[in-house]
Design a protein around this ligand. Structure first.
Ligand code: HEC
Ligand code: HEC
Length: 402
């Protein structure tokens, strides 16, 4: 985005956020005013100490909601046969150069469809440079990745297969492998028609499979659907802080708790990023492969984030606001896994973030009490649903096909 437009967007965005917070306060105040001093029957949302929680209705006014149906792109509609094929491909390591690593090696169902590591391990002989985000709910995101580089799930899957630090396989090699697996030839033909299997179709099937991996049984969603007992009092206090004094909802809003925009928080690089030479090789490779100037290549010491996509100076060190659903399954946190726990994340915000020339104007010290911090953590934990376990399917074998 050009600088001027960017500032207009920031100012407009901040304006909207302030209006939303003011509206919230008005609603909350109106509620408080309506609460009689000696209440015969306490309202369901108020707690013993007189605290008045946000109601599901107020939360909806602020733009929070449960997840509904995924909108798949028109050229890649859902079919059960496509999702079933995508499930096999998601678990199939033959879509990596040395047949050792599949999507599921890094996006492991039992690890919240991430890997539990600060920084991903990456393709054999290299290590990855970023933290693995979950693929749960990824079909709801209009952008993928910490710098929002891919705008579609199938394009993201193609990138993962081709990336030198993920699966490192060329599309032609991937296609030749799929064509020597009779079961795949049959399934691709059923789903996409004759002539394949094609690499692009493989990515479409994977995307449709991913669109079936969606949060279930989330306490916050049960609350939004009217069961106010689904959130503890602490989580309710945390939610109110989140939308008011702690200012989190300025960036984390909507049904996925993200504005899908980019911000600089100055998250410090972990030692592993700065001191591991193999990690540095990946980092320098990524920076160069994405076409920055010689000066930037020489000077870069930390992940430039959005800058690698836009090459705009003010985007340096900005990352896409992540979804906050499923945090209970996806530690460690941030683009570089700098924080192991949600408590560490909250302490970081409380300090006013880290150091960055492009530190977001919405980030400043919060002065939270230890109770406030515990309440925010309780609220964030209420956004986590059941684990979604899908066993590795039995993969169809190779056979020579003439
Ligand atoms: C070596 C580990 C690894 C493998 C293999 C891998 N991924 Fe990832 N995945 C990552 C990392 C790390 C990121 C973050 C990359 C970035 O932001 O630059 C990511 C990002 C994603 C995202 C974006 C999620 C979001 O919210 O931003 C999706 C979706 C995804 N991967 C799906 C896949 C699929 C599908 C495959 C298989 C075709 C795959 N991944 C293979 C590690 C891996
Ligand atoms: C200015 C926008 C902004 C505000 C305000 C903000 N965040 Fe964030 N949040 C982000 C961005 C951007 C990231 C990713 C930063 C990175 O990886 O470098 C993030 C990351 C996170 C993460 C890590 C998620 C993950 O999967 O790794 C959590 C948890 C979080 N924020 C919670 C909060 C809470 C709680 C508040 C309020 C105290 C808050 N955020 C305020 C933009 C914001």
């Amino acid at each position: 985005m050009p600088n001027r437009t960017r500032w207009i967007v920031i100012v407009a965005g901040t304006g909207l956020a302030i209006v939303a917070i003011v509206v919230a306060f008005l609603i909350i105040d109106a509620d408080t005013a309506d609460t009689p001093v000696v209440a015969a029957t306490p309202t369901p949302s108020s707690t013993d100490d007189g605290f008045v929680a946000l109601t599901p209705f107020q939360a909806r006014v602020l733009g929070f909601d449960v997840l509904d149906e995924v909108d798949l792109p028109e050229d890649n509609p859902f079919s059960q046969a496509k999702a079933d094929l995508g499930r096999l491909l998601f678990f199939d390591p033959r879509l990596s150069a040395n047949s050792s690593i599949s999507c599921a090696s890094c996006h492991q169902p039992a690890q919240g469809w991430a890997d539990g590591l600060p920084l991903s391990f990456g393709y054999a002989g290299s290590v990855h440079w970023r933290n693995t985000p979950t693929v749960i709910n990824s079909a709801f995101h209009p952008k993928q990745g910490w710098d929002g580089k891919a705008l579609r799930l199938d394009i993201q899957a193609q990138g993962a297969m081709k990336s030198a630090v993920a699966q490192n396989v060329g599309p032609v090699m991937a296609e030749e492998r799929l064509r020597q697996i009779p079961e795949y030839v049959k399934r691709f033909e059923e789903v996409f028609g004759p002539g394949g299997p094609w690499f692009d179709d493989a990515s479409r099937a994977i995307a449709v499979f991913e669109s079936t991996i969606i949060s279930t049984n989330v306490p916050f969603d049960r609350f939004m659907e009217g069961d106010e007992s689904a959130l503890s009092d602490s989580a309710k206090r945390g939610f109110k802080l989140f939308t008011t004094t702690a200012g989190c909802s300025a960036c984390h809003r909507g049904r996925l708790f993200t504005d899908e925009d980019f911000h600089g928080l100055g998250v410090p690089a972990p030692a592993d990023f700065s001191e591991d030479p193999v990690r540095q090789i990946t980092f320098r490779y990524e920076v160069r492969a994405r076409g920055v100037t010689e000066d930037v290549y020489r000077a870069a010491t930390d992940d430039p984030g959005l800058y690698l996509v836009t090459k705009v100076d003010t985007d340096y060190g900005q990352f896409r606001t992540p979804m906050l659903r499923e945090l209970g399954q996806t530690a460690p946190y941030m683009h570089n896994g700098a924080f192991a726990t949600l408590e560490e994340v909250i302490d970081f915000y409380d300090r006013g973030g880290g150091e960055s020339p492009n530190l977001d104007p919405l980030i400043s010290p919060l002065g939270l009490s230890s109770q406030d911090k515990a309440d925010l953590v309780a609220f964030l934990e209420s956004l986590t649903g059941d684990s979604i376990i899908i066993e590795k399917p039995e993969l169809p074998p190779y056979e020579v096909i003439q």
